[in-house]
Each structure stands twice: as structure tokens, then as C-alpha cells.
Design a protein around this ligand. Structure first.
Ligand SMILES: O=C(O)[C@H](O)[C@@H](O)[C@H](O)[C@H](O)COP(=O)(O)O
Length: 266
């Protein structure tokens, strides 16, 4: 049985006793957003992260989703990517290709991976250029508040330190307001060279989901969801606050174990 609740900021928090329930509900959530977006805009622009997220999305490769989702309308992006070759074990593209994209009928030209032959700085620049082109052709919509791209769905994991995408605690790129895609060469989590969407882009999305499992994340989940006020640590996950879009946290019981339980009702 899933527990679900919306806190005062309108964020929705879903907690699952069993991983299988989380996986099924995540697949339902993605499939529903895909259907709504294809109906409204004719396409679905989705940005993926690395980590355990891809295996948690695994149900999408199975029936009924494998048959009912309009895969031909999907355009795939990466919220963050390690600057390594596409066939490298550290590549988020490879992770998604092996675990998801090769198992469903996605159109290869709709898969927008980074340029893996250049520096992190140039890869970020090239990726932003690609996104700008696709905003121009309306494959990705545009925010009516900022000039930022408005992805239909951005999927994030979270590290035990509260990082999301390649936005790490106390890193200067948390303050980036101009660029859509930026780079770092000093990631505290290896590999050091990465590119990442900036917070303004993440917060311009129509929908953002943060999918977190395991007790090692419980403290950061508590801090990101429950703690407010000037003395609270400024975790990147807490800075994910879509301006007009929806935010849903998908948590297993262990990740949710330090939450203020009173906020949830069955
Ligand atoms: O680039 C990375 O280092 C990972 O993609 C990372 O950002 C990941 O998304 C989180 O650390 C959560 O990962 P897990 O869900 O595997 O713990």
C-alpha cells in the first residue's frame, strides 16, 4: 500500500512499502504523462538521470507499457551526463540504452545524447545548442515565465548528500542562472567531468519526479522535504521547486524512514 500526501508547497510525496509497487506506480505515472503530452503537443520530451533510476523504470519495458506507450513520440535527453565515451561503463547514455532504450521502439534520431568527443565545456555548449534548436521547432516547449525550455518530464535520482543531476551541495553551479546546460570538472562523485542541466531549467519543467530508495538517503530526504528555514542545509534536492510544474517524490519505505510522518495519510 502506498502512502501519499501533498505538503504545503504542493509537492506530492508517495511512499511505497514494496519496491515492486514503486516501480509499477512510476511506470504508470510516466505512461500517463506521455499520453497527456502526446495528446496535447504531439510529442513527449523526457530527460533522464543516471543511477538506480533506469532500473526502477524497468516496468516500462514490459506489457502493458511496452505496447501502449507511444514510443515513436518520445524525445530523450539527459539531465546530466558524465563526459566519457558513450560505450564507457560510467556513461548515463549507456545505462539508459542498455536498460531501457534498446528494449522499446524509440526512434534513434530522437535520442539526444551528449557529444562525447569534446571537453566538458564544449559538450555543455553543444548540448545547449541542440536543446535550443529543439525549442525552436517546438519539440521542447518553452516556459512562459522565463525563456527556459519546458521539458514535459524531468526524472531525477538523489544521492545521500542530497545532490540531484550533477548539482552537488555547495557547488558554485547551483547559482547558475543564465546557462541552460553547464559543466563541471570537479565533481565530488567520480567521474569528475560532467555536464548538467541548471536549476532554472529543472524548475521550468512541466513535471519533475525525484525517485529515491534506500536508507542511506533518509536523512537527505528528511532535510529536503521537511526542513524549512534559514538554518537548514541548502541541499540541491531542496532547490528543486518547479515554478509552475508539478513535483512528485517517489520514495521507498527506507528512504522515507526519517520523514515527519504526520504529513502523510493513507
Ligand atoms: O551521475 C551520477 O553520479 C548519478 O547519475 C547520480 O547523480 C545519481 O542519479 C544519484 O546519485 C542517485 O543514484 P542512485 O539512485 O543510484 O543512488
Amino acid at each position: 500500500m502506498a502512502l501519499s500526501g501533498a505538503n504545503k508547497d504542493g509537492r506530492e510525496v508517495r511512499i511505497y512499502e514494496y519496491l515492486d509497487e514503486l516501480n509499477t506506480d512510476l511506470a504508470d505515472y510516466i505512461a500517463e504523462l506521455s499520453e497527456a503530452s502526446v495528446k496535447e503537443r504531439g510529442v513527449f520530451a523526457i530527460a533522464l538521470s543516471g543511477g538506480s533510476l533506469i532500473s526502477l523504470m524497468g516496468k516500462l519495458c514490459e506489457a502493458p507499457y511496452s505496447k501502449t506507450v507511444d514510443w515513436a513520440k518520445w524525445y530523450i535527453f539527459w539531465v546530466d551526463e558524465r563526459v566519457v565515451a558513450k560505450n564507457h561503463a560510467d556513461s548515463n547514455y549507456k545505462l539508459a540504452k542498455d536498460g531501457l532504450l534498446s528494449k522499446v521502439p524509440i526512434v534513434p534520431s530522437h535520442v539526444h545524447s551528449i557529444n562525447d568527443t569534446v571537453s566538458a565545456e564544449k559538450a555543455a555548449e553543444d548540448y545547449e545548442f541542440v536543446i535550443r534548436q529543439l525549442v525552436r521547432t517546438r519539440v521542447i516547449s518553452v516556459s512562459d515565465i522565463s525563456d527556459c525550455p519546458k521539458f514535459d518530464l524531468i526524472l531525477l535520482g538523489m544521492g545521500p548528500d542530497g545532490h540531484v543531476a550533477s548539482l552537488f551541495p555547495n557547488h558554485s553551479i547551483l547559482d547558475e542562472k543564465e546557462e541552460w546546460v553547464t559543466f563541471l570538472t570537479d565533481s565530488p562523485k567520480p567521474p569528475p567531468e560532467r555536464i548538467t542541466f541548471t536549476l532554472p531549467v529543472i524548475n521550468s519543467a512541466s513535471n519533475v519526479a525525484i525517485v529515491v530508495t534506500g536508507s542511506s538517503k533518509a536523512e537527505a530526504v528528511h532535510s529536503a522535504i521537511d526542513e524549512v528555514g534559514p538554518d537548514c542545509p541548502t541541499l540541491p534536492a531542496k532547490m528543486v521547486q518547479p515554478t509552475k510544474g508539478n513535483l512528485v517524490w517517489f520514495l521507498d519505505k527506507a528512504a522515507a524512514s526519517k520523514l515527519d510522518g504526520a504529513k502523510f495519510s493513507e
